[in-house]
Design a protein around this ligand. Structure first.
Ligand SMILES: C[S@@+](CC[C@H](N)C(=O)[O-])C[C@H]1O[C@@H](n2cnc3c(N)ncnc32)[C@H](O)[C@@H]1O
Length: 238
């Protein structure tokens, strides 16, 4: 790792250690937290937010699909949507929604030149697309929403019949030791990420056609720790 990569990492780790700043609204708090990290967000999060490429592969999104990502951040998942034989032009529309202008600025640069990719500043808890979506993605975003049940309900409601919902995120496994769960709950809450054992039961209740994988991910600079996360793909009935 070069010296400049290391100092970029150090700035992000410092921001994470300081925790999420105060602010009057959720949007202001997100901006204050992410704006100083935006330029190096992708490089650091590539080592923290695991399973995003696997989620997109597992979703098996058909060509010509209308895709929505809620809480898209810098639009990093565009790289996975165009992996393999796919190009972004294969999809009918990709709408990237987030509340944080600093991260959306990076997403807009990424989307430049792709007429079917729209970057939208809005609250994922209430925003609705004009057309029903064939696929909705929430990648490490549900756990940052003040009302995650409202966001999940909104995501499910905007799906067309037969559409698919894909989620990858940190959580608390329901069969885990209480001490471990307490540790992870406090660790993530410091940065505005709310871990819960209620995500998976809520997802299982949405549809009988789903799969869930529970996993553990390494944390940069803390090789002893492995944070619990899950992958979910659910199909809305026709
Ligand atoms: C950990 S980041 C993940 C970003 C991206 N999905 C990824 O995988 O790299 C969580 C994102 O959720 C966004 N977010 C949090 N609350 C939101 C809300 N109510 N509406 C829209 N976006 C929100 C944050 O601004 C941030 O970009």
């Amino acid at each position: 790792m070069s010296r400049s990569d290391f100092s970029a990492d150090a700035r992000i780790v410092w921001r994470l250690l300081r925790g999420r700043p105060r602010g009057d609204s959720h949007a202001e708090r997100l901006e204050a937290f992410y704006a100083p990290q935006a330029a190096h967000y992708d490089a650091f999060r590539a080592r923290l937010l695991h399973g995003r490429a696997e989620l997109i592969t597992a979703l098996n999104i058909p060509a010509a699909a209308r895709i929505v990502e809620l809480g898209c951040g810098t639009g990093a998942n565009l790289e996975f949507l165009r992996a393999g034989k796919r190009s972004l032009a294969d999809y009918a529309a990709i709408q990237l929604v987030d509340l944080c202008p600093a991260l959306l600025a990076v997403a807009r640069r990424r989307a430049r030149g792709h007429a079917n990719v729209e970057v939208i500043e809005a609250d994922a808890q209430t925003w609705r697309p004009r057309h029903a979506a064939d696929c909705v993605i929430l990648s490490y975003a549900l756990s940052m929403m003040p009302d995650w049940r409202a966001t999940l309900g909104n995501a499910w409601d905007m799906l067309a019949p037969g559409g698919r919902l894909g989620i990858v995120d940190f959580h608390l496994p329901d069969n885990d030791a209480r001490i471990s769960n307490r540790f992870w709950r406090h660790w993530f809450a410091h940065d505005g990420v709310h871990l819960s054992e209620h995500y998976l039961p809520a997802l299982r209740a949405l549809s009988s056609n789903f799969f869930i994988q529970q996993r553990r991910a390494p944390i940069p600079y803390l090789p002893m720790l492995r944070a619990p996360y899950y992958l979910y793909v659910g199909h809305k009935p026709l």
